[in-house]
Design a protein. Sequence first.
Length: 667
Amino acid sequence: MTELLKISLPDGSVREMEPGSSPADVAAAIGPGLAKAALAARVNGELRDIGRPFDCDSELALVTSRDEEDALELARHDYAHVLAEAVQSLWPGTQITFGPATDDGFYYDVKAPESRDPFSMDDLPAIEEEMRRIIKADKPLRREVWSREQLIEKWTADGETFKAEWARELPEDEELTVYWSGDDWLDMCRGPHLASTGKLDPQAFKLMRVAGAYWRGDQKNAQLTRIYGTGWLNKKQLNAHLTRLEEAAKRDHRKLGREMDLFHLQEEAHGSVFWHPQGYRIWRQLEAYMRRKMDGAGYREIKTPQVMDARQWEQSGHWGKYRENMFVIPDEVPNTEDEGDLVSKDADWMALKPMNCPAHVLVFKQGITSYRDLPIRLGEMGCCHRNEPHGALHGLMRVRQFTQDDAHIFCTENQVVEEVRAFCKLADSVYRDFGFKYAIKLALRPEKRLGSDADWDKAEQELRDAVRDAGMMNDAYGWEELPGEGAFYAPKLEWHLTDAIGRTWQVGTIQGDRVLPDRLDASYIGEDGEKHRPVMLHRAIFGSYERFIGILIEHFAGKLPVWLAPTQAVVATIVSDADDYANEALAKLRAAGIRTEADVRNEKINYKVREHSLAKVPHLLVIGKREAEEGTVAVRTLGEKEQRVMSLDEAIAMLRTEATPPDLRDN
């Protein structure tokens, strides 16, 4: 008698199933409703096809559309395969490469046949229509295990040179799988997949754009076309996503930066920002705000060099781990006199700093430090440079030159939890001042790391204890642990902000580090008169000023709070007879500390209103002949339909209140 398989379910029950049974059979045994709703299964924690037979006694959790993360991953993976099948169906001879799921959809890299031009946006409607046909055909998605030789033979025979190249590099001792779509199309894939194409909603995806890509990401290789799409579980989700994209496009900080004349970027300084007067006003307000916060929390501000000897970076460990992202320069005058090497082969090397931490250790090491001096909190508005790839650069969000609100806390082992707890409270006060909701996540040790397991155990637990003591280890603060995502030298707490349209941004961080003080020989004299290593806490709240300003612009759609707005008010005249009063009002507003400009041009008032609204000026103080005679102003507030007439003194009082930074207001 064949022994039955024991399948344990989440509710604690156990189902006995015949050998060769699958999760689909379990779902059917429970009921027709679940059989229809089940999309895939987690078998002993591994996500699998719903129809893949059990290997042994197993723990089973069926995946339905309610398990959105798993369901979306599966659907997007399937949409990518359907996309590839559709392109080959429409244009035989197209070569396919790879197409993964992404955070909001999928893409596939393909090579157009020699008989036609590379694919373009004009091809997307036809591809979408063919994808819908394949979905509606409800083609079974069937898994098979193949040998490497079978794969090579198949792809070579079909003229799939890219797939054949990849197949030749696959290990012989691993299980290699393909997935059939019906009986006439297959792709090499680990899976899992849905049971059939019909499990996808034909109205829940949209192809978005095409872009150039290189085979295996190497520009020396053949150029391909990458077709991007977004995919969801239903049309409602798709429409919500498209609405978010439309809103995000309106809020794009690069577009608003031009309209508000805040900054620009250009090839002559690729990846660095040219700040205009209006944009730098925002920067200065943020910098002054953060200085007040750090001064109040006991930080001492320092300034360290931009360039340091490569040997310092070797000692810190960054040279080995981060060298490709550093800008390196020779420690000698380059040769420009003859045809010899520009730089001597024996030259010493220096590097622009990609981070501030090694320099802060060097400041800490000056003189003898006693345990009585700890904690020491050193802060720096530190300018750093990182050699990010050209393709990764994105406005203010990803740059090569950036400035951090950086600080490092040197403390004893017994002070770590309290210092991290205090930082949690400080970060909370900052994010609340800007109106952000946030989540706190703990990034745990990566596979490749420095330091002992005992040190990592302690460092991770200290961060947990600090968040718990701050009262933030709960769902209200989105507490989550992220295995493998810590830095190579330390675990870290991360603050993930949620903006006005639901996007998340990782900004603040604090890391408990025992590696760098040891590598750079930092020490203090303990109560026992002996040398001890301090713990070094790396921390930032804004992250970088560039990125935080970009986030703020998009969060507020350019309508910054009055205290941050580069121009807080404009005095605009209707008639030239009001010019003298406008200049008088301008002088009084500026004397009150309001960042104000006057617009006395010979233009219609509606033109002035449109122009200053586009520049996102919070308040427009309109002055005509009557206002000049009565000593009043007509206040037009950005985003409000009705204007308010008030005395100039009342307007100044209102503006002074709104222009006061949140940390300086009487609460």
